[in-house]
Design a protein around this ligand. Structure first.
Ligand SMILES: *[C@@H]1O[C@H](CO)[C@@H](O)[C@H](O)[C@H]1NC(C)=O
Ligand SMILES: *[C@@H]1O[C@H](CO)[C@@H](O)[C@H](O)[C@H]1NC(C)=O
Ligand SMILES: *[C@@H]1O[C@H](CO)[C@@H](O)[C@H](O)[C@H]1NC(C)=O
Ligand SMILES: *[C@@H]1O[C@H](CO)[C@@H](O)[C@H](O)[C@H]1NC(C)=O
Ligand SMILES: *[C@@H]1O[C@H](CO)[C@@H](O)[C@H](O)[C@H]1NC(C)=O
Ligand SMILES: *[C@@H]1O[C@H](CO)[C@@H](O)[C@H](O)[C@H]1NC(C)=O
Length: 518
């Protein structure tokens, strides 16, 4: 497939340009995610890569100032009846925008300063505060991004809010698998690119010359219990007669491929997927088990703005189910749903078939909203679809946002992920849009759980990838997601995860989570 610059999904503004200080890392993710998905031949052409880079830079051209920044504004749709939260909202407006106020049909604009430290979860606060104060970085690291440019950091208020929300969505009588540290594990990894043929090129880091292998020798250690390493034999017994559906984007696929690889030492899956289909299907016939991947990076119903061009911005129908997966999940026992970086792409937002706003669109007569607007509503709708699926008798796991790790600059200005070892908890903190996405997921999970319990809907569980993966800047392909020799600064993937790599631990977690359900 040949790439034309005109096909770029970046939605170059035509009339006016907006000053959007936080756009750079977001579009970086966009580009990184888009290229491997849409342009398989693209990585081999350094000339075309340059053209992308130049086009991207023209987006940032600061010849604008005509539109005021929208980062603190958000237009809100009126809430529907079943969407209310149990407690009054205490965060920023966009974090609790479905609260009980605003019963009219007009779009409401609110901007409420966030109170700090209002929800104090005793006993955890000290640790949270210490973690915040001790934000330091390893000496061998590349230069960190300038933290003072970030608008949101996990201060005490945010940490308290995270703890409060997590306590609402986790079972109190079970060990918290997701709070812990990475500890050395000389026995890793448990497969190689020779024993597993499900590794996608872009994640085959050792093939493309990644020189260090220390990143393969860590295991996740929860604070309050042991997390056994994935056991393929036991796993296949556990899931005999069952099925797992992954719903999401390329990071969901990354997770699925890790699972297939971990199982490959015991059982070879029959791959029933068409190579060009983003949906995937693996069957383990001896074990009466199957895995499907439902490609749905926005979770909801979407349309192309240009039916002939996959790369133009999508219309997101934020209140409509994506029937591609919502009509199929009922026959699965476990659904693992996730979504992330695609929400930072230029998109148009629809509610009730009306255009209500957009992200990074050139139009001046459309409300410019934040990615959090679409992210929250997409999860609301997707989780409601699961609750509404009358025949779904299984368990749905919300796998939370896995942070990217560009350091030393944005993706196209030298930003990279070159660390070779994990961080410890006290060396970093969840920040900015990662924090925002994570909070939205916790809040939406809580709403869905409550609705499920009340109305006999689905069982929802937290699958918290955010906390462990925040500490794994060493686990991304960086420049080893493609053949070497290209001289392109942006071809650094700090979004996906090497296989083998730390994402394999998601299946250690998955095994425990499924054992709890058995
Ligand atoms: C970080 O950014 C602030 C404001 O943009 C600037 O004053 C400061 O010098 C920067 N610090 C570093 C270490 O780059
Ligand atoms: C696997 O990785 C090695 C380097 O460790 C590389 O030489 C080999 O080509 C790779 N094989 C496959 C099938 O990807
Ligand atoms: C595999 O998945 C399908 C859903 O497509 C399901 O109907 C079927 O029962 C599953 N098979 C097994 C053996 O679990
Ligand atoms: C549903 O799947 C079809 C076929 O894969 C695809 O063309 C279509 O865009 C998908 N629809 C949505 C809303 O994702
Ligand atoms: C982080 O914690 C470890 C032990 O848990 C300690 O050795 C290290 O000094 C701490 N680092 C900072 C910056 O506090
Ligand atoms: C590669 O990139 C560097 C830094 O951006 C530049 O100085 C150099 O000229 C480039 N080399 C080629 C062959 O394009």
């Amino acid at each position: 497939m040949k790439l034309q610059v005109s096909e770029l999904p970046l939605g170059k503004p035509q009339q006016t340009r907006r000053k959007t200080p936080k756009i750079a890392p977001l579009i970086a993710l966009t580009v990184l995610l888009t290229i491997p998905l849409y342009y398989p031949a693209f990585r081999d052409s350094s000339k075309k890569l340059t053209e992308v880079s130049n086009t991207y830079e023209s987006l940032e051209d600061p010849a604008e100032e005509t539109i005021q920044p929208t980062s603190h504004l958000e237009y809100l749709a009126p809430p529907t009846k079943e969407e209310e939260l149990s407690q009054p909202c205490s965060g920023e407006a966009e974090r609790c925008d479905e609260n009980s106020e605003g019963g009219d049909d007009t779009m409401v604009r609110r901007h409420v300063p966030a109170p700090v430290g209002r929800r104090n979860v005793k006993g955890r606060r000290t640790k949270a505060r210490r973690a915040k104060r001790d934000v330091v970085h390893r000496k061998d690291s590349v230069r960190e991004e300038n933290k003072s440019q970030k608008h949101t950091t996990a201060g005490n208020g945010d940490d308290d809010r995270i703890q409060m929300l997590r306590s609402k969505v986790m079972d109190e009588d079970k060990c918290d698998l997701f709070s812990g540290e990475w500890e050395p594990n000389p026995e890793g990894p448990y497969y190689t690119n020779e024993t597993c043929n499900a590794i996608q090129e872009h994640q085959n880091c050792l093939k493309f010359g990644r020189p260090d292998t220390g990143f393969l020798q860590w295991r996740w250690k929860p604070d309050d219990c042991e997390l056994p390493i994935f056991d393929p034999v036991q796993f296949l017994e556990l899931v005999r007669g069952k099925s797992i559906a992954f719903v999401g984007d390329s990071v969901a696929r990354n997770h699925m491929q890790s699972l297939v690889c971990l199982l490959s030492s015991t059982s070879t899956a029959v791959d029933l997927s068409h190579p060009l289909d983003q949906n995937k299907r693996y069957e383990f016939n001896e074990h009466d088990f199957n895995i499907s991947m439902f490609w749905s990076p926005y979770l909801v119903h979407t349309e192309k703005t240009d039916p002939n061009d996959e790369k133009r911005p999508f219309n997101l129908h934020l209140d409509e189910f994506n029937l591609n997966w919502t009509t199929k999940i009922a026959s699965y026992d476990y659904v693992i749903i996730s979504a992330g970086h695609w929400f930072f792409r230029p998109t148009y937002f629809y509610l009730n078939r009306q255009l209500v706003g957009c992200l990074y669109c050139p139009e001046t007569d459309v409300s410019h909203l934040k990615a959090s607007f679409s992210y929250r509503r997409a999860f609301r709708t997707a989780l409601r679809a699961i609750n509404d699926a009358a025949d779904f008798g299984g368990v749905a796991f919300l796998r939370t946002f896995a942070p990217s790790h560009f350091e030393g600059g944005p993706w196209d200005k030298g930003g990279d992920c070159v660390r070779t070892a994990p961080l410890r908890r006290n060396e970093t903190a969840l920040e900015d849009y990662s924090l925002e996405m994570y909070l939205i997921q916790l809040e939406e999970l809580r709403i869905a759980k409550r609705a499920g319990r009340r109305n006999g809907g689905a069982r929802f569980r937290l699958f918290d990838a955010t906390k462990p993966m925040l500490l794994r800047p060493d686990g991304h392909p960086s420049k080893y997601g493609h053949p070497q020799g290209l001289n392109q600064s942006f071809a650094k993937d700090c979004v996906h995860w090497c296989l083998p790599g730390p994402i394999d631990s998601w299946n250690d977690l998955l095994q425990q989570l499924l054992e709890r359900e058995a």
